[in-house]
Design a protein. Structure first.
Length: 323
């Protein structure tokens, strides 16, 4: 059965190219800037669907090989919660009302994101979304296998047992090792970079070298390459794509909010602003509150969501007239 045939898991636009454009996205499931950039990148993927190959590279932001344990975990958590809230003020992304801890490691979530790709692009997108919601909505980062399981349990269309098995498969572990190494070999353009605040995207020191700041997008085409690091407007991504693929025509108009929910299953205010032209939430959505505005969830996506598993029944559909 394909992902498109699974109830509640619509197939996203295909990424198979009509041209020769490759988009490499350096990211991490638990990165707050990547979470805040997701609405723009969802829109960009739609604009480039059928015109580009999109390749995610998971950089392992929280890495036990590079990070020493915090001497005061409670103080570190309080500082990081404030840091996430500051980023949310820039991006408009939700953040958790209470953060339980700083993620010990993002390797388990990254393994899950890689493993989910074997179940199709729709399931992979939904798994990645749930992993991000684990920390930025629920405040419980999916930083272990058990916490990954808790985050994705009940996700429509997901074969949970297969995902957990694939997380330990050699192909998955080798892919993530290659991703981590690639993320730590940044192109010269981002070394020592200065640019617009609040997140210009200069490469970060990591171990005995550097890694890409997250997110960073690398566009590669017949006319060369362009790198767009950090927090950037949608237009800058499109300009980079057109610079390396002359004659590129972006497609895909904005969606109705209900169609956007069918496609993406979980929407924030920023998603609605990027993906739709209507100033209203989806009619059938289940509303989930956060520390910085609501999320609107597809009923099938909300049915097994960790936010509701301990307080059934799920809340009534959101029918408020505005955001």
């Amino acid at each position: 059965m394909t992902a498109a045939a699974r109830p509640g898991v619509p197939e996203p636009p295909a990424d198979e190219p009509a041209g020769e454009l490759e988009v490499v996205e350096y990211t991490d499931p638990l990165c707050p800037w990547a979470w805040g950039s997701e609405p723009k990148l969802r829109r960009l993927r739609a604009l480039l669907a059928g015109r580009a190959v999109w390749r995610p590279v998971y950089g392992v932001l929280f890495d036990e090989e590079e990070d020493d344990p915090a001497p005061d975990p409670a103080a570190e958590t309080a500082w990081y919660a404030r840091y996430i809230a500051e980023i949310s003020a820039h991006t408009g992304a939700p953040h958790a009302v209470r953060l339980a801890r700083v993620a010990a490691c993002s390797r388990p979530a990254s393994l899950a994101a890689v493993a989910a790709e074997r179940q199709g692009p729709a399931v992979a997108a939904a798994v990645l979304r749930r992993l991000r919601e684990s920390v930025f909505v629920l405040g419980e980062p999916a930083d272990s296998t058990d916490r990954v399981r808790a985050a994705v349990t009940g996700l429509p269309g997901l074969d949970e047992g297969l995902l957990l098995a694939d997380m330990t498969d050699r192909r998955t572990t080798e892919r993530l090792a290659a991703d981590r190494a690639e993320a730590r070999a940044p192109v010269p353009e981002v070394l020592g970079l200065s640019g617009p605040a609040p997140h210009p995207g200069a490469a970060k020191e990591a171990g005995d070298g550097y890694r890409y700041a997250l997110p960073t997008l690398l566009f590669v085409g017949p006319a060369g390459r362009r790198v767009v690091p950090g927090w950037r407007p949608l237009g800058e991504y499109l300009a980079a794509a057109r610079a390396v693929a002359p004659g590129l025509r972006a497609g895909a108009g904005q969606l109705d909010p209900d169609a956007a929910l069918e496609l993406h299953l979980s929407l924030t205010r920023a998603d609605l602003e990027q993906l739709t032209a209507a100033a209203r939430p989806p009619a059938r959505a289940v509303r989930l509150e956060s520390g910085n505005g609501p999320l609107w969830l597809h009923p099938a996506y909300a049915e097994g969501h960790p936010a509701y598993t301990e307080r059934r029944p799920a809340p009534a559909a959101d029918r408020s007239p505005g955001r």
